[in-house]
Design a protein around this ligand. Structure first.
Ligand SMILES: Cc1cc2nc3c(=O)[nH]c(=O)nc-3n(C[C@H](O)[C@H](O)[C@H](O)COP(=O)(O)OP(=O)(O)OC[C@H]3O[C@@H](n4cnc5c(N)ncnc54)[C@H](O)[C@@H]3O)c2cc1C
Ligand code: SF4
Length: 330
């Protein structure tokens, strides 16, 4: 049986108090929301901490609100709430769908949007018990010197497996971040795509005493359509092994004005492909095929998560083609 190591739990009710705790304890502390990612990782010894700072008591992190042409989603919004919220369903249906496909009903009732966006990266060589990892001599993310996915490589290429990140990037979302500097609260915001870095050991561009407080998503205009597909072995419980989000902006005559293809579970950050090379083309079955081919040509899944990497590459092309085909009549 894997035991949870001992650590102190803090439950601040103000943002400043939470950030001050994170600043005081540095890398010994972590924010925690539903704990559905952090707790298993603590049990596996993949993550170590002495202080967990629970964010559930901070009012500012809760709620879904329409504000100035944007939908503001608090970081503590539960995944079930996200999937079932009428405003999310009306304005951001692909996000509601992506949230509804995460894990299982029980996990979705604990897990949150903030935790989903800040999910640790996953790899077949790291999501294992400490004993298993030691037997292999560790790796760059676990007290070793070599990556087993890319032997001789300089960085960790463990994959981001968040279901909400790619679809929110396709919607043009921005993350709001609060931090603690010189005993004062500081705030900033960045495009969600810029939250992620290419090092799987530290893939979030967040300082130790920074947390995500909310996500703001501009309401898409009537000619903008976003869709999402994830491929996983089972329909429930499983993390995606490849996932794709597609944004299509359609002209009055049915041609493509602009678009984005976001491919995830390749490495530590989603791949964002601008579709300007296809602008002007009719949105039809031929475009769906061209997009599938583009994804196949531009993306090379690695053997970092289960399943054969070549199969995942073929599967990616199929998922992109199917997604575009589903969106033809929107
Ligand atoms: C069996 C199983 C299946 C799963 N399947 C899926 C799946 O299909 N798709 C998927 O996307 N996920 C899946 N998950 C992962 C997880 O359940 C979800 O991603 C969930 O949304 C995580 O949210 P949480 O609130 O529980 O995060 P937590 O575990 O509380 O936190 C996750 C990480 O984010 C950090 N963090 C949390 N909140 C913040 C914040 N506000 N600012 C900065 N850092 C923060 C924590 O320190 C931690 O490192 C699965 C998990 C399990 C156990
Ligand atoms: S990608 Fe390499 S370094 Fe990163 S967790 Fe996997 S084996 Fe370890």
């Amino acid at each position: 049986m894997l035991r949870l190591p001992p650590f102190d739990v803090h439950l601040p009710d103000e943002l400043g108090a939470a950030l001050a705790l994170l600043a005081k304890h540095g890398r010994q502390a972590r924010p925690m929301q539903g704990g559905t990612d952090l707790v298993p990782n603590l049990k596996l010894g993949q993550t170590k901490l002495e202080h967990a700072v629970l964010l559930a008591g901070i009012d500012e992190l809760h709620g879904i609100e329409l504000d100035d042409g944007e939908l503001r989603l608090g970081a503590a919004t539960g995944l079930n709430a996200l999937a079932q919220d009428p405003q999310v369903q009306a304005h951001l249906p692909a996000l509601a769908f992506a949230a509804s496909r995460i894990a299982s009903p029980q996990i979705r009732s604990m897990g949150t949007l903030g935790g989903n966006l800040c999910l640790d990266t996953r790899c077949r060589y790291i999501n294992q018990s400490e004993l298993w990892r030691q037997a292999l001599g560790g790796c760059l993310k676990s007290h070793g010197r070599e990556c087993h996915v890319v032997p001789g490589g300089q960085g960790c290429v463990a994959a981001l497996s968040s279901d909400t990140a790619p679809v929110l990037i396709a919607y043009g979302a921005c993350v709001h971040i609060a931090g603690w500097q010189d005993s004062a609260l500081v705030r900033r915001h960045i495009a969600l795509a810029d939250l992620y870095d290419s090092d799987g050991v530290r893939h979030l561009r967040l300082a130790d005493a920074e947390i995500v407080t909310a996500v703001r998503v501009p309401l898409p205009s009537a000619n903008v359509h976003v869709g999402y597909r994830k491929w996983a072995v089972r329909k429930s419980i499983d993390f995606p092994l490849i996932s794709v989000a597609l944004r299509l902006e359609r002209s009055d005559t049915g041609s493509l004005l602009a678009g984005l293809l976001v491919v995830s579970v390749l490495g530590p950050r989603p791949r964002v492909i601008d579709l300007k090379a296809l602008a002007g083309r009719t949105i039809d079955a031929d475009l769906a095929k061209a997009l599938g081919q583009m994804a196949f040509d531009r993306c090379r899944p690695l053997p970092n998560v289960p399943y054969d990497a070549d199969y995942r590459r073929e599967r990616l092309a199929v998922e992109v083609r199917r997604l575009c085909t589903e969106m033809l009549n929107l």
